[in-house]
Design a protein around this ligand. Structure first.
Ligand SMILES: *Cc1c(COP(=O)(O)O)cnc(C)c1O
Length: 374
């Protein structure tokens, strides 16, 4: 049997929306992107949304718009995708990597507070796999030290914890619509905040630093634009946005299906003495299902599952051990032991709503068999 690592849940209506854009005059950032921004704002409860081409760009633009740059430090967790840290470097600032909680894989308020220096300007908590970080405590310490909070919500659109949601306690939230994310258009992202001035600055720096977008020039009486500051080019276009608008209506029903799948996996694996998994707190957005295996056998287990037709991944190896960060900042093994332990053990299993029952049974059976024989 073949079980792909991921299959999207785009439907005929999503595809028809793209065709509609292709048959229209306007392909770049225009009315469909604006419609997406309105709908996503409604879903997230964050008033201002700026659609961009990736979560990496959203974090980069957020830092630039907040005035974070050379000489400034930004605290990021060691257990995340590498671009949480590289976005900080794109802004010219220094990422200060800290360890995560051994049970959840989430950055803790204690680790953040220990890393604060007079140069610290911001922190980027990552809601890993879809579980929200302890945001009330992070907000309290950010207020105390005057830090911005940029939430990396690449895994967490639908999550909730103790009554708060992504982006609601932070300065802003950054989302990814990359190919394997819960809400996808291949490549895309969004910045969201309740601060209208910050959103306007992000919109400007994400489009060259120009005072007006092309849609303004096209749809209204022509007015000249100006270049107000040096910016970047990371706006989302209507072709991609067309894939997103309809998916927003299905986010909750897709979450219900992933939640049922999460329970099936957890029921099957939690009893197994040699398998662990990250602890989940509150309503997890359920982006990825990861298991923790024997570190000495992790790669062999990965390969055995692949040989049995099962798509797998590693989310993530601790980022301070990736060559570029290791060499640039002089990190070594032992610096962030909890993140290293997760990175050495973890395997991500196929986890999406298009999985058929017999595929789920097959994954469970093969994981148990491979683990028992290792
Ligand atoms: C996918 C991911 C990103 C990057 O998203 P892009 O849209 O590909 O830039 C950032 N952070 C985390 C935790 C991710 O998983």
């Amino acid at each position: 049997m073949k079980v792909e690592f991921y299959r999207h849940a785009l439907d005929e209506a999503d595809i028809a929306n793209v065709v509609k854009v292709l048959n229209s005059v306007f392909l770049s950032t225009g009315p469909v992107t604006a419609e997406f921004e309105r709908k996503f704002s409604h879903y997230t409860g964050l008033e201002h949304v700026v659609a961009v081409n990736s979560c990496t760009s959203a974090m980069h633009m957020a830092l630039v718009a907040l005035g974070v740059g050379p000489g400034d430090e930004v605290i990021v967790p060691a257990m995340t995708f590498l671009s949480t840290a590289s976005a900080v470097m794109h802004a010219g600032a220094t990422p200060v990597i800290v360890d995560v909680d051994a049970a959840t894989g989430l950055v803790t308020p204690e680790a953040i507070e220990k890393a604060v220096t007079p140069r610290t300007k911001a922190v980027i908590p990552v809601h890993l796999y879809g579980t929200l970080c302890d945001m009330p405590s992070i907000k309290a310490l950010a207020d105390k030290h005057g830090l911005y909070i940029i939430e990396d919500c690449a895994h967490c659109v639908e999550g909730q914890r103790d009554g708060y949601r992504p982006g609601h306690l932070g300065t802003c939230a950054c989302y990814s619509f990359y190919a394997t994310k819960n809400l996808t258009c291949g490549e895309g992202g969004a910045f969201a905040t309740s601060d209208p001035d910050l959103a306007a600055r992000v919109r400007m720096v994400a489009l060259h630093g120009m005072s007006k977008g092309a849609a303004d020039r096209y749809h209204k009486l022509y007015t000249h634009y100006d270049l107000e500051r040096l910016g970047w080019k990371c706006n989302l276009d209507d072709i991609h946005a067309a894939l997103l608008v309809g998916q927003i209506d299905r986010l909750d029903s897709l979450w219900e299906k992933r939640h049922a799948l999460w329970k099936r996996y957890a029921d099957a694996f939690d009893r197994h003495p040699r398998l662990g998994r990250p602890e989940v707190v509150g309503k997890c957005a359920h982006h990825l299902y990861t298991i923790w295996t024997d570190p000495a056998r992790r790669d062999a287990t990965l390969h055995a599952l692949q040989q049995r037709g099962i798509g797998v991944a590693v989310n993530f190896r601790a980022i301070h051990l990736l060559s570029y960060f290791k060499d640039t900042f002089g990190f070594g093994r032992g610096d962030f032991p909890n993140a290293e332990a997760i990175g050495d053990r973890t395997i991500t299993l196929p986890f999406y709503t298009q999985l058929r029952d017999e595929q789920v049974d097959y994954v469970i059976e093969q994981v148990l068999e491979v683990t028992a024989s290792s």
